[in-house]
Ligand binder design. Structure first.
Ligand SMILES: [Ca+2]
Length: 491
């Protein structure tokens, strides 16, 4: 494929093939003549779909998310690019699949400066841009040639950001909550009044008091994120800016429980997403299109009157947001891709992660595991860990699963017959191909990839996934995929 054909295939319909990479200055200036919206992106850390009250959860209370969803659009099929903090955030900031971002595809490396981020582009076009708490990361902000975090200038909080805002400039603010990331205060949710009997325990986790309490502690932090985002909305109201602000609430990956975060299963990649802009985006809609959080950067750029560069693989959500439709709005958004490279280095002498790519459509979730010989969640370790070690320490047994009570229960009971299937599902080796028929198996418990009845589906989805990875320049599909294993952690 020549360069032009490659670009035509990778830029989607946002940009015709010949768009310039640099921002067109004239366009930016003419757009700034009209009043450009502020952008508030409130990003939770490890928040999974559908754990919000408006999405049907009976225990967690998310009045702020519900409010944004009701006044705007709630997306029921939103996916992160990667189920791991730094690559997921890098993909959001650049509007590109993380497999295009060199070492930026791994956790805790760097994001090379040549990959432009939307806060920088908005700042160059006249926005006041910044973030608080967790921006891009964890990783080394500067070893890739940047002078600051890829999410922009750091502020102590929103008030400090607003105080530094030049008069009449639109702003773009990233509120990077560290909630609901682990660790949790044991029984914080239970003691706050959450009822253990109302907790839904999905069938990939054992249903016992430890897990129910662990889920409540997670909810307690989801609620704190929601409450703090509510405070930001009230600040915008008191400034008289809420009606001129695009508000986005979402998460950077699934929840930190076994068989979830750091996997491309639903539980690692499917996240809540609500977007509002009163008076501009017709509200009260639930949209079922498959969207990627790589679509946010081109959305923000378009809202600011800018045109995303050719390198951007995400597609602006503006046509959906401006429409009055619910359900499936754009027919072509019938599937989404996700992928995974290295999360925590936890495979002994092997420096790599557990590389995966996946394609999710309405009925199926198809996955390619490029190194099925490796341990998916990290090595079991040479000696058994105690419950306390598993609950408190990260870099030990099956270290791609965050330490916590649910993991500790499963691993420490792993040899018992009742617990073995849970341990096998979250940490056991997997086949090269996985296929889940979500109509029959919404929790992805039974891999049917080798079932002859699904042979045609596997063939079709594998061809589709491979073609799209090739078109987006994924080294796992077009070249030296093992390059991801060679990037050093921390630089
Ligand atoms: Ca995260």
């Amino acid at each position: 494929m020549n360069r032009r054909a490659f670009l035509e295939r990778t830029t989607g319909s946002i940009a015709a093939a010949a768009l310039p990479q640099a921002l067109p200055q004239a366009l930016a200036q003419s757009a700034s003549a009209a009043k450009r919206p502020n952008i508030l992106f409130a990003l939770a850390d490890d928040w999974m779909w559908p754990l919000a009250s408006i999405a049907g959860d009976r225990v967690v209370k998310t009045p702020t998310f519900d409010r944004v969803a009701r006044s705007g659009v709630m997306f029921t099929n939103a996916y992160v690019a990667a189920p791991s903090c730094s690559p997921s955030r890098a993909a959001m900031l650049t509007g590109q699949w993380h497999w295009r971002l060199e070492q930026g595809a791994n956790l805790n490396t760097t994001l090379p400066a040549k990959f432009r981020t939307y806060p920088d582009l908005l700042e160059e076009s006249g926005y006041h841009a910044g973030f608080t708490r967790k921006g891009w990361g964890p990783g080394n902000e500067t070893s890739g040639g940047r002078k600051r975090n890829p999410a922009g200038a750091r502020y102590a909080d929103f008030a400090a950001f607003v105080a530094a805002r030049p008069k009449d400039k639109p702003f773009c603010f990233w509120f990077g909550s560290q909630d609901p990331h682990r660790p949790y205060e044991w029984e914080s949710g239970f003691k706050s009044g959450m009822k253990l009997e109302d907790v839904h325990v999905p069938p990939y986790l054992p249903d016992n008091e430890t897990v129910r309490k662990d889920i409540c502690d997670y909810y307690w932090k989801v609620q704190r994120y929601d409450r703090e985002t509510g405070e930001l909305l009230r600040a915008l109201e008191s400034m008289g800016e809420l009606d001129n602000t695009i508000v986005v609430m979402s998460g950077d990956n699934g929840w930190p429980f076994p068989r979830s975060k750091a996997t491309v299963y639903e539980t690692g990649t499917h996240v809540p997403l609500a977007i509002s802009w009163p008076g501009h985006f017709p509200g009260g809609r639930v949209v079922e299109d498959f969207v990627s959080l790589t679509d946010l950067a081109p959305t923000f750029l378009e809202a600011a009157g800018l045109i995303p560069g050719q390198q951007v693989t995400g597609r602006s959500l503006m046509p959906i947001l401006r429409s009055r439709k619910s359900g499936q709005v754009e027919r072509r958004r019938d599937h989404v891709l996700t992928g995974m490279e290295r999360h925590v280095p936890c495979r002994g002498e092997i420096k790599g992660g557990y590389p995966q790519r996946a394609l999710r459509n309405r009925q199926f979730h198809y996955m390619r595991n490029f190194k099925p010989e490796r341990w998916p969640a990290g090595d079991p370790g040479t000696e058994p860990s105690t419950y306390e070690q598993l609950a408190a320490s990260t870099f030990r047994t099956y270290a791609d699963i965050d330490a916590g009570p649910s993991k500790a229960w499963i691993v420490s009971h792993g040899e018992e017959a009742a617990a073995k299937p849970f341990l096998e599902r979250c940490a056991g080796k997997r086949s090269e191909r996985e296929l889940y028929d979500l109509k029959k198996d919404p929790y992805q418990l039974k891999n049917v990839a080798s079932d002859p009845k699904y042979a045609a589906v596997v063939k079709r989805l594998d061809a589709q996934l491979t073609a799209e990875l090739r078109a987006t320049g994924d080294p796992r599909a077009v070249g030296d995929g093992d390059v991801f294993d060679r990037y050093r952690t921390g630089s």
